[in-house]
Design a protein around this ligand. Structure first.
Ligand code: ADE
Length: 249
């Protein structure tokens, strides 16, 4: 997957993707992450990227021209064929990170992981000219109902959640299946050695070696934990009739 990021602060993206699974994924060419400074697409001597809001109000608004020009430059340089193909995998999402976007989720992470390329636009200051939303972005994503000082951290969150889903990025694909949220449930409790620590013991069933019993216990624990902490998630989770009884108890 190729990810192109438009930002006023490319340096923010250096360290998060140069460690751990990302470093490996980049080295193995499973993903390439490229940053573009929006300021490089201005034409005036001061490299102006923002301006006052029409109609007044506090705060500066990111101007449309450098953002449009940056996206158009990326498309003509690296995606010249995009837009001419009907294939689903050739569609190029142009995603604006904004608190007004659709709320990011594991489901959206899976959806985005199916594309070959993504363009992410990080907003800053008080907002982005509305024409960027209407005429350029194909999608808008928020990572939560709070306001960050810019879209950069949100872009990193989205990239992290998407890249770890790409084939070959995680050592073991099985660990994806067990993640919290993969089946609409929180993950079951996990333990490692020692079997007893300060008098707190690992549940006997996990030491039993009985894989069927362990799987049953884990599934029950995932359901009970979801019921306790995030009951609204259970509305969408697919549960057997036996499992539904567990939550009705
Ligand atoms: N930019 C500022 N706040 C944001 C949020 N919550 N999600 C995505 N982008 C943002």
């Amino acid at each position: 997957m190729r990810i192109d990021i438009l930002t006023l602060f490319p340096q923010m993206f250096q360290s998060p993707f140069s460690v751990g699974i990302f470093q490996r994924a980049v080295e193995q060419k499973l993903v390439s992450i490229n940053t573009y400074n929006i300021r490089d697409y201005t034409h005036d001597a001061h490299h102006t990227v923002d301006d006052y809001a029409y109609g007044g109000g506090a705060g500066m608004i990111l101007k449309p021209e450098p953002i449009f020009e940056a996206v158009e430059a990326i498309i003509s340089e690296v995606h010249p064929k995009e837009g001419t193909s009907d294939r689903e995998s050739d569609v190029l999402p142009i995603i604006l990170l904004t608190p007004q976007g659709r709320l990011f989720s594991q489901e959206i992470a899976y959806e985005l992981s199916g594309y070959r390329c993504l363009i992410l636009i990080c907003g800053r200051y008080e907002g982005v000219d509305e024409r960027v939303r209407q005429q350029l972005a194909t999608d808008e994503i928020s990572i939560g109902d709070y306001v960050l000082s810019g879209g950069e951290l949100a872009a990193m969150v989205v990239i992290d959640a998407v890249v770890r889903l790409l084939p070959g990025v995680l050592g073991s694909e099985a660990s994806l299946v067990e993640d919290s949220h993969t089946f609409g449930l929180l993950e079951y409790p996990q333990y490692t050695r020692p079997a007893a620590y300060r008098g707190w013991s690992v549940p006997d069933v996990l030491l039993s070696g009985n894989h069927a019993q362990i799987a049953k216990w884990r599934r029950e624990q995932a359901i009970l934990r979801t019921l306790e902490r995030r009951p609204e998630l259970l509305d969408k989770a697919s549960l057997s009739s036996e499992e539904k009884q567990l939550i009705d108890r």
